[in-house]
Write a protein that binds this ligand. Structure first.
Ligand code: OOG
Ligand code: NI
Length: 271
């Protein structure tokens, strides 16, 4: 799959469960903005069948190259980011994985059971990254038990392989000077922002400022009935130039740590 097809399929899949992103995108376009994506993010478990090395494949094939690496100790996550080798306008890709060996035995067993229960050929498919939950994610009880230990593990159980968020490149907007202005506009239009660690993560000195909406609540049908589960969120990123005049290209682990929480049930409850 070429880069444009891969990215447009990820966008279609993402917006189908993230009506907020679709509406914010349309609203900004109505105001005359041209939307560019700063990056998109993918989540996974670090089991060898589906770890970062597996999920990165379609992106590497489409011309992406691995750049930065990030560790999130308390969340037991590891992540890498990718930049396109030749197209400077292509969004960066951020792929994270849950470090299963650091999790409880119960969680490890749950994830292993899920993966063992799949037709193993699904993990070889070129469009695995677009396949959502390839296992039977029909138990609310399993969701809740994963949630008690890891919001990330529980989110992955329900939503699986897909873009977890798209990110608007705020440098490319014409009507908003900074994230404060954009956040104020979004809040005026009744969107809820992720306030964990402050609405704006990062500083101009760190060369990257980010904010994000709280994930939409999506109706998921479990064996136990329909439940509203946080799906995906929209992020906004403003980059600053380095000493050589080029914009900073990487991510900031301390900020990312809080951005992950945009899908947390815990944050929805505080709202
Ligand atoms: C990724 C969170 C981190 C960023 O821009 O720092 C991130 C996720 O929620 O999967 O996207
Ligand atoms: Ni992000």
């Amino acid at each position: 799959m070429n880069k444009d097809l891969l990215l447009s399929r990820l966008w279609e899949q993402y917006k189908s469960i993230t009506p907020s992103a679709q509406k914010i995108h349309a609203l900004l376009e109505q105001n005359g903005e041209t939307i560019k994506n700063d990056h998109i993010a993918i989540r996974t478990y670090n089991d060898a069948r589906v770890n970062i090395s597996v999920l990165e494949k379609p992106f590497v094939k489409a011309g992406y190259v691995a750049k930065g690496e990030y560790f999130f100790e308390s969340k037991k996550l590891f992540a890498k980011h990718y930049e396109h080798a030749t197209d400077a306008n292509a969004p960066r890709i951020f792929i994270s994985e849950l470090e299963l060996e650091k999790c409880s035995e119960d969680l490890q067993n749950s994830v292993k059971t899920l993966l063992d229960g799949c037709d193993q050929s699904v993990f070889e498919k070129e469009d695995l990254v677009l396949s959502g939950a390839v296992w039977n994610a029909n138990s609310y009880d399993t969701y809740v038990s994963l949630l008690e230990e890891s919001e990330y593990a529980a989110w992955m159980y329900v939503y699986g392989f897909r873009a977890n968020h798209f990110t608007i490149n705020v440098n490319a907007l014409t009507d908003f000077e900074n994230l404060e202005e954009l956040n104020a506009y979004l809040k005026d239009n009744n969107w809820k922002m992720n306030a964990s660690g402050g609405e704006i993560k990062g500083t101009p000195e760190q060369l990257l400022e980010q904010s994000s909406t709280l994930a939409d609540l999506y109706a998921v049908t479990f064996d136990e009935g329909v439940k509203y589960i946080p799906s995906c969120y929209y992020e906004f990123a403003l980059r600053y130039p380095m000493l050589n005049g080029e914009l900073y290209q990487g991510f900031i682990a301390a900020s990312a740590d809080k951005i992950f929480e945009s899908t947390d049930v815990k944050l929805q409850r505080m709202n």
